[in-house]
Design a protein around this ligand. Sequence first.
Ligand code: ZN
Ligand code: ZN
Length: 413
Amino acid sequence: MSKISIGKRLKRGGYIALLFSLLLTTANAYTTERVVLVIIDGLRYSEGLGDSDHIYTPRMAALAEQGALVNDFQNDGYTYTSRAIPAIWCGAWTEINTFSDPACSGSSNSTTQLPTVFEYYRKQVNQPASDCVYTLKDLCSWKASFDENYGPDYWPLYHAEGSTDTDVWHETEQIISDLAPHFLLMYLADVDHEGHSDNWDNYLAAIQIADSLVGKLWDVLQADSAYSGRTTLFVTNDHGRHDYDFSGHGDSCPGCCQIQLLAVGPDIQAGLLSEEPRSIPDIAPTIGELLGFTAEQSTGTAMLELFDGTSELDSKPNQTPSSIRFTKIFPAPFNSELSIEFELNTSESGQINIYNLRAELIWTNTVVAALGNVRTFSWAGTNQYQNPVPSGVYIIQLTNGLESVSQKVILLK
Ligand SMILES: [Zn+2]
Ligand SMILES: [Zn+2]
């Protein structure tokens, strides 16, 4: 398996303006229409995708080869379920409140202080609960927020059935068939439960079951015309387990904090091992990026480095109203030479700038084009000193000084 490593650390401050222009020019350019998020409770990374032999997680390892794995993904807050799962929902470490839950016969239940991805999605994208489903085993599920701008009108459809992960999978399969929600969260609890039982074999067996269910889920999605080719799957977990005792968790040891983030789908780079450090709050804005909502109170940022430039390159450039545009950028990904076809709206000169994901300008050139004429420019994958640049994602920006358009490209050596 060949893995590509990109970007060490973004300098976020200097990146915002460029990112903003990138988002403006590539909005709705994703092929992804549906997102499925799987949370495997309490899977320690050393028995998951952190094991290079993938003994217990062969299906997820295969998906990681088709998609992207974040090499350094952390629970950066509380390494226990009741705080970490709400942090995944909210894209932030949120306070938890209690309320009398009519859906649980009025017994006391938990609700998040901050709004959740479900609420952001349902309100901003204007979808009914049937389009936003949360499957889990039969327990009184913790609820989303009572935020004044969001709240129960935008909660997901909680579908709690059965007592094992396999039961949850069968319910999920039914939901996919019956409702085909655009946003689905499947929560698998057994790995954590078996870990606490202090039985190593049962813990490993639970991991193998969870892995096989993720594989079955992906197979079902690929066989379903509503999902196939337009669904991004994320698989993560809330926390790991102690390095020194697999039966417990909850402190800041590496075993508890290092978790997994696997992404696979039409907009995700294939075979990417991303070196950009990430953490739980980054999941919600990444889902929002794909589904078209903003996780307003998230403290994280979308993991754009996982995304492939291909779908933007395939999209019709004239969807953007800008009067300057790329007409074609190819091949995608490119290996040695990238052809950039563009139009400027004046006969005056413009500029092509190429940035890496650290927002460093690595190449720039003045270009001239007659009004309405398509011009072609090629970039040989070098910096201004003619030295080859490494494999990775690059951002091509065309500007005439008044407006600019940008597209991501992938250099794959
Ligand atoms: Zn636990
Ligand atoms: Zn620990």
